[in-house]
Design a protein around this ligand. Structure first.
Ligand code: ADP
Ligand code: MG
Ligand code: ZN
Length: 563
């Protein structure tokens, strides 16, 4: 990231990296940094130059950079494409798995498809159809209620599709669900963290590979033709995926034991820069976790405690037990959540550790994803996680849409994230739910569950008693996203001589905002109970009873919508 336009507000309220890059687009002129990056990409994968004109960089994350490019078709028509350049240190199986998700599940029902894949050495570029899309934060407060209903419906369509294939996306959030407001088009992207359910139909999500196999895939380079007759040195994504799959399965048995011992490694947010090696499946493959569960033998004491201060409320959470017992007969395993629940010890809430707890082994569970979107079972390291974790994340997106706040939760660690969930869903409720999947949470202060409608209306400012300027602040929200960024900044930077002027401009902006709101309520005055009922079912703390994508599409909230 080079010359980024930064405002003090953005410092406090960081947008996604990809959002900030959109500003370059608006500048029309490419910065030197982006030009250099484009040049480097042409050099790394020279075949690209035969087909594409790379126009801009539209996204940059820890594990990839995404570019807008055009391809000149023989008809003379220029087609826009998105080129995702994966960091060269990505594990080949990880790359192949991402590709396989796109090729097998993509191209339908709002799931992004893939056109081609280029490779040279360890540089891989995935070519997708380009979908121009909005920045979530920019449009959040101008969306009509009906648009929100359509948005959620289309998100569930995408989730139903990938879940049908046994794909757990693990990183459902607005920047991974592209939305073109004008065309009413949607696309779920980014399978970089996806994992498979035990019965996944995605071959490459069935196994975890050891790091030692890096570089053993993607060796051959078949030729593919683009459009009508344009011949290229291209590697078709499907072929890469298939080659990798066959090689992967050969090595599967030998690699498993290595993967089991490997300590979990970070998801996206834990890797600070580009030199990181992206581990194969974010952390661990579900199936590997399962086998580890069944082979419980070592004894290890783990006792973690941490004090967190949420907006000066001093909610003290002591996470005591983060382990599960072996389930040799499988009977105690919860049917849907999959987490063992036979956790009975007598040291709960005391300052000693009982023998039951002493015999627990350290638990390692998948944790990849974005903290504010993580489900409680992810935050508490439940080893068996299902597609329900994506539904929770969708619930958080819905919560943002209904409340007009994004990001809704912002936490740097799991316990803080859990505490923030408690402030909305209640501490007792959270503790109770965690018990069902075998987790004990100790919380020194009780926080009540909030009524979702009251909460959302208060934050959005649609109830009669509150305005946007006061009384409607979320406890952890660093600035009020309901206000234009500039205005927020103005208000925060009153310099002595210009104070009056600033106050005036603030007042004008506020008047304007309120006026707009009055004229253009866009259906927000009559949000039906169905909306909050669905939200409640998405934010079900218990993954075993949480609504599925298929069920959500049939929820009364979506009546009259065509499937
Ligand atoms: P990462 O793994 O780095 O997050 P993503 O696949 O999420 O990569 O892509 C990053 C960003 O690039 C997205 O948030 C989106 O803005 C943009 N992007 C990705 N794919 C497309 C596409 N097919 N069309 C348009 N923009 C895309
Ligand atoms: Mg992404
Ligand atoms: Zn105990």
């Amino acid at each position: 990231m080079e010359t980024m336009l930064k405002s003090p507000c953005e410092e406090q309220h960081p947008r996604e990296a990809e959002d900030s890059h959109r500003k370059h687009e608006q500048n029309n002129k490419l910065s030197e940094g982006i030009k250099k990056d484009i040049q480097k990409l042409y050099e790394a994968v020279p075949q690209l130059a035969n087909v594409f004109k790379i126009k801009d960089k539209i996204g940059e994350g820890t594990f990839s950079s995404v570019y807008l490019a055009t391809a000149q078709l023989q008809t003379g028509y220029e087609e826009k494409m998105a080129l995702k350049h994966l960091i060269p240190t990505s594990h080949p199986l990880r790359i192949a798995a991402e590709l396989q998700c796109l090729t097998v599940a993509g191209g339908q029902d709002n799931v992004m498809g893939v056109k081609y894949c280029f490779r040279k050495n360890d540089h891989v570029v995935i070519v997708m159809p380009y979908l121009e899309h909005e920045s979530f934060l920019d449009i959040l407060n101008s969306l009509s209620f009906e648009e929100v209903r359509e948005y959620m419906f289309n998100l569930f369509k995408a989730l139903r599709r990938i879940h049908h294939f046994g794909i757990v996306h693990r990183d459902v959030k607005p920047s991974n669900f592209l939305y073109n407001r004008r065309l009413k088009e949607y696309a779920l992207v980014d399978f970089g963290l996806a994992q498979g359910t035990p019965d996944t139909k995605i071959e490459l999500l069935k196994t975890a590979q050891s790091e030692g196999q890096k570089g053993s895939y993607l060796q051959s380079k078949p030729t593919v033709t683009l459009g009508n007759g344009v011949s290229l040195s291209v590697t078709a994504s499907k072929q890469i995926a298939q080659q990798s799959a066959s090689k992967a399965s050969n090595k599967r048995s030998s690699s498993l034991s290595k993967a089991e011992i490997k300590q979990a490694r970070g998801g996206k947010e834990e890797s600070a820069h580009h030199s990181v090696q992206r581990s194969v499946f974010g952390e661990r493959n579900f199936n590997v976790s399962t086998s580890t569960c069944q082979e419980n033998s070592s004894t290890k004491l783990i006792k973690q405690s941490k004090i967190i201060d949420i907006s000066s409320r001093k909610l003290l959470i002591k996470k005591k037990i983060i382990s599960t017992k072996t389930v040799s007969n499988g009977a105690a395993r919860k049917a849907a959540s999959g987490c063992p629940s036979n956790l009975t010890c007598d040291c709960y809430a005391t300052d000693r550790v009982c023998s039951v707890c002493l015999s627990r082994r350290q638990q390692v569970a998948p944790r990849a994803g974005t903290p504010g979107f993580r489900a409680p079972e992810v935050l508490t390291k439940c080893p068996t996680q299902t597609t329900a974790i994506d539904m929770w994340s969708a619930g958080i997106v819905f919560l943002s849409l209904l409340s007009g706040r994004y990001p809704f939760y912002k936490a740097s660690d799991d316990l803080t994230a859990l505490a923030q969930i408690m402030t909305v869903r209640g501490s007792r409720e959270t503790i109770q739910a965690a018990k069902t999947f075998g987790k004990s949470i100790l919380c020194t202060q009780e926080v009540p569950a909030q009524n979702l409608r009251t909460l959302c209306e208060k934050l959005r400012g649609t109830n009669s008693s509150s305005t946007r300027s006061k009384g409607a602040t979320h406890s952890d929200s660093p600035h009020d996203p309901a206000l234009p960024l500039d205005m927020d900044k103005h208000c925060a930077t009153k310099s002595l001589g210009k104070e009056v002027q600033h106050l005036q401009s603030c007042q004008e902006a506020l008047d304007g905002a309120l006026e707009n709101k009055a004229i253009d309520r866009k259906g927000w005055d009559h949000v039906p109970d169905d909306a909050y009922d669905l939200l409640d079912k998405l934010l079900d703390l218990n993954p075993a009873t949480r609504i599925t994508a298929k069920e959500a599409l049939l929820h009364p909230f979506f009546k009259n919508m065509r499937l």
